[in-house]
Structures are given as structure tokens and as C-alpha cells.
Design a protein around this ligand. Structure first.
Ligand code: CTP
Length: 484
């Protein structure tokens, strides 16, 4: 017999919610535990929203009228093995993780944030109070888990209608909702981007009015929302809204510097902000990797800093890839993004993003190809993906031609790689050995010798073995006066 999909029948609305076995089990256990404790409990927030939209869910929010931590502990006792309950007494919130599913518990509350701090004042409240203090009508939907009206949808702000109309509206007057928690301005933009919804005009006006208040929010929380926007299918929607609301100017001013086109002697350059957004959307069609998307965001970040108008020539951005690469660690630090190998990867991609274009010309030597393979190493594919995304011409013929050119570069690289295996190659003598051989401390000279050896081998002037490398280093060391 085929088991029927468990369903939760929602009263007052002609639709059922599809639950998987795990979700059904969780809901039954919560309902049971709440009943035993004599507490009212409800499913709320993102779980209800996403179920109605038919999106994937990975966590459920439960609100109970009373002590949320007590309910969480009682629910935990019903699972085998008994999961750990993490809780914050001050906030009255608790969390259980059981077989890849998170359950968040909170006691219904009235809440208002003090104006210049992030510390909330929390007071117990009714379900209605709790729905009032939520961010958007589509997130304020609740489904009863109580015996007398199990499955009843409580939708005081027409959240379901707004889901159908694809619109983001606050339950209360928006200035109030955003002032309670200014991060919600970014959440509005994040949901608009992820769900492809429109932010109601009066709500967006309020974001513009309150944008400055984002400054009281921690950088980690801001960046968390920013990354969620970046990981959406079409991240440009979010960046455009961040820009137009004034939030981007506050949270990431360097990106706003890319906006606009200057004209001298009738010659303009492209608007690098919208170009960047196009590159970001393009790369997002091919990868969900957050860091490749960051590389797209940052690839031209130094264009404003390097921009020049050269008489008779027009606009130039010489060296923007090098200056841009140098800006990456600073931007990562400011945004509290990790300063690890991911940052190094983004930096490398920014630095190298013009290299494959220079290899689309005719008569490219194998040694130029070897240098690119060596410099890009394991990020070669990512680099090619970035370069292809960087083609934003409106002219279809040009786009096809550029893509074909990159295809030729890829082929040339494949041939050379097959022959010479450069991508994971290291010269036969490394920096540490150079220091030992010539009795040097870490210094400019070590870098110089290392670079010269690498180039000489990649150019085919020196054979790729220890003895030949040693010979070469010895003569080079004499030349620069390191040995007599
Ligand atoms: N919430 C809120 N204000 C915030 C954060 C959250 O009102 N600044 C409320 C909303 O009702 C939200 C619920 O808390 O639906 C859960 O928040 P969270 O888990 O952060 O978001 P979800 O809506 O569940 O969406 P997602 O899982 O996609 O982040």
C-alpha cells in the first residue's frame, strides 16, 4: 500500500499544506507537548510562508503563548535520541536540531527595541501581539496546533493575499516596523529578491527614510542578509533596490562609486554599477558559489579609482585589476567576510580577470598560456566563467564572437595543460630551498630569484628539473649580487 502524503488541512483557506513524514512527526509532537502543558502553540513565520508558496523548508518556527523554553524541553523529551535544547533565557527563545531539521521556539511577546540600541525589551504577549511585531504580513501567518482548532490559519494582515499578489508589506505602519529592527529593511529587499516580489511603495519609501538606522545593526547580520541576496537567482534585483533605497551607500559605498557615466568631449564610459550587476546575474546563471559571485561583484571595483580621460583616446582604467585585487582584503575585512582562502580566491580572480582576454589575439605563444595556467592554478575554470560572464554587450553578434574566442583560449589551454601539466605544477626549487642555498632571510631577493626561475621554466628557457634550476639560480644569484 502506498502511504498517503500527510497533510495539514488549513481551515478558512481552500488549500492544504504538504508535509513530509519528518515535519508531520514534529508537528504532532509539538501539538501533543503543548496540550500536555496546557499551552497554546502555533506554527508561524517562514515555515508557513514557504509551505504555502511550495518552497523547500529546513526549519520551523513555533510560537507558544507562555514559556517557549519549557515547551521546547517537553518536545525534546518526545524524540529518540533526546536532542539538546539550546536556549536564551533573556529572549525566551529555544532551539532544537533533530535529523537535519531545526525547530525554533519562542514565547509570544510584545517587543519594542530601544531607539539607539539593539537590546530588545521583551514582554510576554498574546498571539496577536506576536503577529503584530513581526516583519512582514507574509511572515506573520500562523497555523494553530491547538486541539480545538488544529490547522486553522490565522492571517490578521491578509498575508495569504499578499503572497498571491507577490507583495511585501509590513503589518504595522512601516516606520514603526523598521524602527523596531532596522535589519528588516534589508530583509524586505532580500525577500523581494529571493521571491521576486515587489516591495509596496509606502514600505520602500519608509526604507529610504530610515536607511541611516541600519548603522545600529551589527556588520555580521548585515553581511548575512547581503550574502542571501547574492545567492538569489537574480541578485541584481536586490542590489538595485539596495542602491535606490540609499542602503548600499551606507553598507558598501565602494560599490556605489561604480555608478554613473561621466562624459568628456562627448565621450562617455559605461555605467560600471549596472555592468557589474549584469556580470553578477550572468555568473549566477552558471554557479551557486558565493565566492565566484563575490568575484563578479568586485571584478571592476577599482575602476573609479583608476579612471582617467586620455586626450584623443578616451576613458581608461589602467591597472584596475591590480588595484582591485589589493582592495579585496580591505573590503572583506570591512564587511566581516572571512579572511581565508576564499578571500584569496576572490582576490586572485579580480587580479587575473583581464588575462584570458589578452590571450584571444592571434599568435599567442604556449609560454603565455603556461603563465596563465600557472597563475590561475585550480581556479582556471572559475576564471574562465568570470570572463564569460563579463561579456555584457547588447550586440548578439559580438557576444557570440567573444564567446567563441574564449572557447579557443580554453582549447589552447587544454592542449598545453595536457602536454605540460602546469595547473598543479610547482618549480623544482621553492622559496625555502632558495633561502637555504644562498643563506638568505625572507627578502625581496628571494622573491626575485623565485619569480625568475618560474618565468624561465614556463618560457621554456630552463629545463624543468632540479639540476637545471640550480644552475640557473646560481647564475641569477651572481647577477644580482647575492653570491660572488
Ligand atoms: N522575524 C522578524 N523580524 C526579523 C527577523 C525575523 O519579524 N528581523 C520573524 C518573521 O516572522 C520571520 C520569523 O521571525 O518569518 C523567522 O525568522 P527567520 O528564520 O530569520 O526568517 P524566515 O522568515 O524563516 O526566512 P528564512 O528562513 O528564509 O531566513
Amino acid at each position: 500500500m502506498v502511504a498517503e502524503n500527510p497533510r495539514l488541512v488549513i481551515f478558512a483557506h481552500p488549500m492544504d499544506i504538504q508535509l513530509n513524514d519528518k515535519e508531520k512527526e514534529i508537528i504532532d509532537k509539538v501539538a501533543q507537548a503543548a496540550q500536555e502543558l496546557g499551552l497554546e502553540s502555533y506554527l508561524v513565520g517562514g515555515f508557513v510562508r514557504d509551505k504555502i508558496l511550495g518552497r523547500r523548508t529546513k526549519d520551523a518556527d513555533i510560537v507558544c503563548v507562555g514559556d517557549g523554553i519549557k515547551l521546547a524541553k517537553a518536545v525534546a523529551q518526545k524524540f529518540r535520541p533526546i536532542p539538546e535544547v539550546n536556549y536564551f533565557k533573556n529572549f525566551g527563545t529555544a532551539h532544537i536540531h533533530s535529523s537535519d531539521f531545526d525547530i525554533e521556539f519562542v514565547g509570544a511577546r510584545k517587543e519594542s527595541y530601544q531607539r539607539h540600541s539593539r537590546k530588545p525589551e521583551v514582554e510576554p504577549g498574546t498571539l496577536e501581539d506576536d503577529q503584530n511585531r513581526r516583519d512582514f504580513t507574509i511572515n506573520a501567518l500562523a497555523i494553530s496546533l491547538n486541539k480545538n482548532d488544529f490547522g486553522k490559519l490565522l492571517d490578521p494582515f491578509n498575508g495569504v493575499q499578499h503572497l498571491e499578489e507577490k507583495i511585501i508589506i509590513t503589518p504595522l505602519e512601516p516606520d514603526r516596523t523598521f524602527s523596531d529592527d532596522p535589519l528588516r529593511m534589508m530583509r524586505a529587499i532580500r525577500f523581494a529578491t529571493q521571491l521576486n516580489f515587489k516591495i509596496a511603495d509606502e514600505v520602500f519609501e519608509s526604507v529610504k527614510r530610515n536607511a541611516e538606522r541600519i548603522k545600529i545593526i551589527s556588520q555580521e547580520r548585515i553581511t548575512d542578509e547581503l550574502n542571501k541576496i547574492i545567492l538569489a537567482n537574480k541578485p541584481s534585483i536586490g542590489f538595485d533596490l539596495l542602491y535606490k533605497s540609499g542602503l548600499l551607500k551606507i553598507i558598501f559605498p565602494k560599490m556605489v562609486d561604480l555608478a554613473g557615466a561621466e562624459f568628456i568631449e562627448g565621450k562617455g564610459h559605461k555605467d560600471n554599477f549596472y555592468h557589474t550587476l549584469q556580470v553578477l546575474d550572468n555568473i549566477s546563471e552558471n554557479t551557486d558559489d558565493l565566492w565566484l559571485r563575490w568575484a563578479a561583484i568586485l571584478h571592476d571595483i577599482a575602476k573609479p579609482a583608476t579612471k582617467k580621460f586620455e586626450e584623443g583616446h578616451g576613458w581608461t582604467f589602467h591597472g584596475h585589476e591590480v588595484v582591485g585585487g589589493r582592495m579585496v582584503p580591505k573590503i572583506f575585512a570591512q564587511l566581516k567576510l572571512p579572511l581565508n582562502e576564499k578571500m584569496k580566491q576572490v582576490k586572485k580572480l579580480v587580479e587575473l580577470h583581464l588575462r584570458p582576454i589578452s590571450l584571444t589575439k592571434e599568435n599567442i605563444t604556449d609560454s603565455a598560456i603556461r603563465r596563465l595556467l600557472f597563475d590561475a592554478g585550480e581556479d582556471f575554470e572559475a576564471l574562465m566563467m568570470l570572463c564569460e560572464a563579463d561579456i555584457t554587450s547588447k550586440n548578439k553578434y559580438k557576444v557570440r564572437r567573444y564567446l567563441e574566442n574564449f572557447q579557443l583560449v580554453r582549447e589552447h589551454c587544454r592542449e598545453v595543460e595536457e602536454k605540460d601539466q602546469i595547473r598543479n605544477w610547482q618549480p623544482p626549487i621553492d622559496g625555502t630551498r632558495i633561502m637555504e642555498l644562498f643563506n638568505l632571510k625572507p627578502s625581496r631577493e628571494v622573491g626575485l630569484l623565485k619569480g625568475a626561475l618560474k618565468d624561465a621554466i614556463l618560457d621554456g628557457e630552463v629545463a624543468n628539473n632540479y639540476d637545471a634550476a640550480y644552475e640557473f639560480l646560481l647564475s641569477k644569484a651572481k647577477e644580482i649580487g647575492v653570491v660572488k
